[in-house]
Design a protein around this ligand. Sequence first.
Ligand SMILES: [Zn+2]
Length: 286
Amino acid sequence: LLQRIMLAIFLLLPSLFPCGWSEEPAPQTDTQSSTSAINPFGIFQVSTLQALQEGCYDPVITAGELRQRGNFGIGTVANLDGEMMIIDGVVWQILASGEIRQAPDTIGIPFSNISSGILPRLAFVTKTAYKTHSGTLSACADLDDLQNQLAAKIVDRNLPHLITLEGEFLQVQTRSIPAQQKPFPRLADAAKNQVVFRGERVKGVLVGFWFPEYFKGINMSGFHLHFLSDDKKFGGHLLGISSAEGVKYALFPKQDFTFHLPLSADFSAKDISKAKTSELKQLEAK
Ligand SMILES: [Zn+2]
């Protein structure tokens, strides 16, 4: 009988103490919180590059929400209205007209990668806990040369990386794509109307990502970089570049990867598994 009473008390305990130990919430960590979550170890991705390739240009989140997930990133805005770049928490929209403006928090984002990092000039003096690699590059003859030099600096080759670069560049070639109208064309068709910009002796910042080969179903393996000049008059998706030696770089390997996929019927109707990798590389790798 005593055993039964003990058992009854034991079973009753949680209801006797409704706010007690049985109800205590699990401790929160950076990676568990869902709002205002800049995870220093993570990369946040809106949609997939393959969905963009297939014409999903509808907004998934706003620029304001995106800024809650990091301070350096790249992507595009709703209707594919230009290239997008986040530098130190500020979202820049580089329009095909050549106009460059600070994007309002209300603007929609159909695709982006964003993470947390710092400019290379600060990586030199700041000791971060996140395995940051920084230094200066040798002279770069072209974009392949720049990418090869950066690739040689990547130690953790199975981790995705945020990349920031800054310096004075001899020549920079960028592109932007004009806004599209519904029914949205595929990216390959939209890119036929891309506008190419060329700058010489231009100081600026590059932000981008390097993904390992195994990311190729959801993004693109290798490099994807966007450029913005310090005077905010020239920028876009990077097509070509050259520089003397001394360009500063910082590489941030990341161990967490978070997705935010579109809920739209448009996204669900697309066959994004068949998106062609070779076509994507042609469109986005350069
Ligand atoms: Zn791009």
